[in-house]
Each structure stands twice: as structure tokens, then as C-alpha cells.
Design a binder for this molecule. Structure first.
Ligand code: ARG
Length: 575
């Protein structure tokens, strides 16, 4: 099933090819002035030196737009403005209704996609950066799965390295029971800070920590048991945050840094055999091509430090090799903050040089900006420290409860609590996903919970209102593929918006720019509101019109629910 813009592009492409004698993209886009505009004419005119308006007119002569359009004109400097025939829109909306994928095709050649996301650090509070990674990564997983790809989730937990010396010694000082208690109630930060403070102030403790690292790396059984305790309690806390968030991460997806320990030597060996290693200040490094520091000198990716230890980069090299070779990944997504961009670019370049990543495989850093407080600085708790993520989410849900009960005081308490959970968490996620992810955004409860504006509650309210139409009318949606009737502009605008879902989906699956999907859903909710205000649905003039408007309402509800679900946001039945 093709979308209107795809159909127009296909038809116009043939005309462009005839006129240009070569393949040219007609560049069909939604437009303010008509339904669609094709402006590929301008590039073609520039190339051939011809007058763009004449080119556009010749293309229209050649184009077989037939029954598809009601109007096709040359406008402005040489654009082609296209208005679809109402019957075509109605027929396509009918077909979309009958499709449980709403017109989105399943990938013809499924890829294996690895999504690396969340990745907090053991015995350390998750910060808002981990929240962003978790929310964006979850959307990436959902979108790639819906596209029909095989998706492997990887929670690259920071569960190894020198800090574990001090963390284990601190655990011993506290006693196992007390330590386990602190960690399981999620006081990760108190634990970490106390360990750090002793490490910095007390030389005896520091020496104990150092020796403990040696024991840990040497595989000492008693030390490993304590390490497991730390990791286990932290995982339990992280899982509780994931459950609050409603993300798809499970215990099985935790494949932390330590999981690659046994592969580090062989990575070093393989890079050495390939002649990619150089010794620099006693460390074994790769100098991938194209990376230089401020001083213009080539930048090293340190594989083995001068003290013989392996670090963050070595682990990521082992992980990428594992994902490509053992998991047979063809697309790798790393959802990590913008400050780590260069690290990943260097890891990818090294993996390419080593022949692990080959043509046709893609490795992408899905970077994101910071979360800011109202003061424009990186978000901190009132006490000035790191936020306890569970508290932040709890506050969102509490505030949502107020919003929901003001909107609908009649809701029973249990239902209200459930909806408040969906709205509060949805609001936090949507605020994150609706801004271009590489940019910073300001965390603002009032704004994200507003019922009007580009927010989750606005979308959720539109969805709930749609469900209430069916409840009030005691109506069942009919999905038999019969055309939708287009009788007034509000129906037309809504139908046209709904038919764009597959186009938007395809773009988002490719670019992982979720704000485009958010923006689209906001447009759908707005178009639905316009339709709802102008067009009587249950009281439509004729039975046929009632059925048709119910069908359009149903389609709007399904696009909103499916689109929200792709962002990990619930679509409540009532609100
Ligand atoms: N644990 C790291 C941090 O908190 C993020 C890990 C990201 N993933 C990776 N494969 N390096 O910054």
C-alpha cells in the first residue's frame, strides 16, 4: 500500500525521467498551499539551465496523474502544486483502516539491530543522561521492532574497573547487610559518595582499595562474591526504575562491561596482528585515521593502559566485535550523550580498520544533549546533588494525578491512579522525545504536563476522547476497507494527516529522530480536534456519514495509539 506522497512521487518520477533523460527526485512534500508540492523542478532547472516554470509545465504535460489529483498547477518560481481528489483520499483512508499496520510495510530484508542504551553504572545513581538514554533507546527498540527487524537490546552496564576496589572496601566497612539495604532502597549515591570520600581522605583505605582491585582482576572468589552483591543490588534498583518507566529492558538485557573481560586479550592480539597497534607513553593504542587533538597530533584510542589494564575503549572494541561477529548485527545503535561522540567515532573507525565493520553494516552514535533545570544549567536536585531518578518520576506521577482529577473529577480512585501513572511518565518521556535529541532541553513539570500544547497529556486526551465517542455511541469500529466519505475540509485534513503515518514512520526508523514522530502525532491530535469540533459524528446527518466519521475517528485513535506506543507512551482509554 502506497501513501499519497509515494504515489505522487512514483508518477512524477516517470515524468521527470522523460524530461530530464535521467533519474531525478521530484521531492514531494506536504505543503501549505496545496496538499503536496513537488520542488525537484528547481534543481532540474538549475542543472539544465532552463526556466523552472517551463520545466514544471513540461513535467505536468508528461505526468500521468490521471484520477489521482483534482488539481495540478505550476506556482511561484516553478513548483508543482498538487491537490488530491477527495475520492482518492477517502479510498486510501478506507484501505488504511483495514490494515492492522496502518499502511506501514514490514521490512522486506530484516536487519539485526543492536541497541546499546541506558547503561548506568553500578553503585552510582542513574543521572538524567541515563534517563534520556533509556527513553530514547526504548523508542529505538520499539520503532525497529515495528519495522520488522530483529532487535537485540544491550544494557552496557558500568560494572567493572578501578572504582570497584573502593566500593567493595566500603561495602566491607558497612557490613554486607547494611550495604545491601542502602543499595536496594536505591541510595546508590550515598553509598558511592561515602566510598569516594574515604578514598580521597584516607591513605590506608586507598591502599586497601588498590589491593582489592588486584584481587578482583585476579578472580579471587571472595572478592568476586562481594562484587556480585554490589552488581546484583544495583541491577535490582535499575530494574525498579525501568518498571516505573515502562521500558522493555529486562534482566537478560544487562550485558555489562565485565561480560567482555575474556575477550579483551584477543582483541588486543587481533589488532596487533593487523598492525593497528602502536605504543604511546607505554600504552598500546590505535590511532584511527582522521582524528586529531587540538594540537593537531593524531588521537589515540587506548586499548591497553601502561599499567597493563584495559579500559572503557577496549571494552567497547570487544563489544562491537562481539555484536558484529557473534550476534551478526548489521546495524548498531549507541544511545549515549553527545560528549561521547568522538569516543564512538574512534571505536567505529577502528572496527572498520580491523575489518569487523564492513560495507553495508552501519554503526551510529545516537547522541543527545543535556537536561537543564529552569536556571539553564544541568539539572540538579534541590540539594544541589544528582537527582534520584525514582523521585523525579514519582513527582511527575503525583503532579499528573492533580491534572487528571481536575480534568475529570468523577474518575474512580484506582482508575485515576492508573491514568496518572500513564500521564506522568508519558509527559516525562514526551518532553524528552519531542525535542530534537541532539539539543538540550529544559525540564519543566508545568510545561510537560500542560493539557494543551505539544505534550503527552494533549495526545492522551485526544485518544481518550476518541474512545469516549465509541463508548457514548455504543459503536464498534468497522474496518472492512470501505472508502471514507470526504464531505467537508475538516474530514479531508484529518484523513490526509492520517495517511502520512507510513512516511513519517519510515523517516524515523531511518534517522531515529523521534521528535518528527512526536510532531506528527501532535498534528494528528490537532487535526482530530478540528474534525471533532466541526463534524458531528454520532449525530451525523445520514447513517452512511455516521459510519464514515466513526471510521475516521477509529483510524485517528489507532494512529495516535500506535504512534504513542512507538515512543513508549501509553494511550489511556479515558482521562
Ligand atoms: N556507562 C557509561 C556512562 O555512564 C555509558 C555506556 C555507554 N555504552 C557504551 N557501549 N559505551 O557514561
Amino acid at each position: 500500500m502506497e501513501t499519497p506522497s509515494q504515489l505522487l512521487r512514483d508518477r512524477l518520477s516517470r515524468a521527470f525521467a522523460l524530461v530530464a533523460g535521467a533519474t531525478v527526485d521530484p521531492i514531494v512534500q506536504r505543503s501549505q498551499h496545496a496538499d503536496f508540492q513537488a520542488n525537484g523542478t528547481l534543481a532540474l532547472a538549475r542543472r539544465s539551465g532552463a526556466n523552472p516554470r517551463e520545466i514544471a509545465a513540461r513535467i505536468l504535460d508528461e505526468a500521468d496523474l490521471g484520477e489521482l489529483v483534482a488539481q495540478a498547477t505550476v506556482s511561484g518560481p516553478g513548483f508543482i502544486n498538487l491537490t488530491l481528489a477527495d475520492t482518492v483520499i477517502g479510498a486510501m483512508a478506507g484501505a488504511a483502516l483495514a490494515d492492522d499496520r496502518l499502511g506501514v510495510p514490514r521490512a522486506a530484508h530484516p536487519a539485526t539491530v543492536v541497541v546499546d542504551y541506558s547503561a548506568p553504572n553500578v553503585a552510582k545513581e542513574m543521572h538524567v543522561g541515563h534517563l534520556r538514554s533509556t527513553v530514547i533507546g526504548d523508542a529505538a527498540v520499539r520503532v525497529q521492532e515495528f519495522a520488522g527487524h530483529r532487535v537485540i537490546k544491550r544494557n552496557h552496564l558500568g560494572d567493572w574497573g578501578t572504582p570497584f576496589g573502593m566500593l567493595i572496601e566500603h561495602l566491607l566497612d558497612l557490613g554486607e547487610d547494611e550495604a545491601a539495604h542502602e543499595l536496594s532502597v536505591g541510595d546508590l549515591n550515598g553509598f558511592y559518595t561515602a566510598a569516594r570520600r574515604k578514598f580521597d581522605a584516607d591513605d590506608v583505605f586507598k591502599e586497601r582499595a588498590r589491593q582489592r582491585v588486584v584481587l578482583l582482576q585476579g578472580g579471587d572468589a571472595a572478592t568476586l562474591r562481594l562484587w556480585h552483591l554490589l552488581v546484583g543490588e544495583s541491577k535490582r534498583y535499575f530494574m525498579s526504575v525501568y518498571e516505573l518507566l515502562g521500558v522493555r529492558l529486562t534482566e537478560a538485557d544487562f550485558v555489562g562491561e565485565s561480560a567482555y573481560n575474556d575477550e579483551l586479550e584477543s582483541v588486543l592480539e587481533e589488532l596487533g596482528e593487523l598492525g593497528l597497534l602502536q605504543v604511546s607513553d607505554g600504552a598500546k593504542c590505535v590511532f584511527p585515521e582522521g582524528f586529531t587533538g587540538r594540537d593537531g597530533q593524531p588521537l589515540p584510542l587506548i586499548v591497553r593502559k601502561s599499567d597493563g589494564g584495559f579500559g572503557y575503549a577496549a571494552t567497547d572494541l570487544a563489544a562491537i566485535r562481539n555484536r558484529v561477529r557473534d550476534l551478526a548485527a548489521t546495524r548498531l545503535l549507541y544511545v549515549v550523550g553527545v560528549p561521547q561522540r568522538q569516543h564512538f567515532e574512534m571505536v567505529f573507525a577502528t572496527a572498520r580498520a580491523a575489518g569487523w565493520l564492513t560495507a553495508g553494516m552501519r554503526a551510529e552514535h545516537i547522541g543527545f544533549g543535556s537536561v537543564l533545570g529552569s536556571d539553564g544549567k544541568v539539572l540538579r536536585s534541590r540539594a544541589g546533588g544528582v537527582f534520584k531518578l525514582a523521585d523525579l518520576l514519582g513527582e511527575a506521577v503525583d503532579r499528573a494525578e492533580t491534572v487528571v482529577s481536575e480534568k475529570n473529577p468523577e474518575l474512580a480512585a484506582v482508575i485515576r491512579a492508573e491514568i496518572a501513572g500513564q500521564v506522568g511518565i508519558g509527559a516525562v518521556k514526551y518532553a524528552d522525545l519531542s525535542t530534537d535529541r541532539v539539543r538540550d532541553y529544559v525540564f519543566d513539570f508545568d510545561r510537560m504536563l500542560a493539557l494543551d500544547g505539544n505534550t503527552a497529556p494533549y495526545l492522551q486526551y485526544a485518544h481518550a476522547r476518541i474512545q469516549s465517542v465509541f463508548r457514548r455511541g455504543d459503536a464498534e469500529p468497522v474496518r472492512d476497507g470501505a472508502p471514507v466519505l470526504i464531505t467537508v475540509p475538516a474530514e479531508r485534513a484529518l484523513a490526509l494527516e492520517l495517511l502520512a503515518f507510513p512516511d513519517v514512520f519510515a523517516e524515523v526508523a531511518e534517522t531515529l529522530e523521534f521528535h518528527r514522530l512526536a510532531h506528527y502525532l501532535f498534528g494528528v491530535a490537532t487535526a482530530f480536534t478540528g474534525f471533532y469540533e466541526k463534524c458531528p459524528i454520532l449525530k451525523a446527518d445520514t447513517e452512511a456519514l455516521r459510519a464514515s466519521r466513526l471510521a475516521l475517528t477509529d483510524l485517528a485513535g489507532r494512529v495516535l495509539a500506535t504512534g504513542s506506543d512507538l515512543l513508549g507512551i501509553a494511550a489511556p482509554e479515558r482521562m
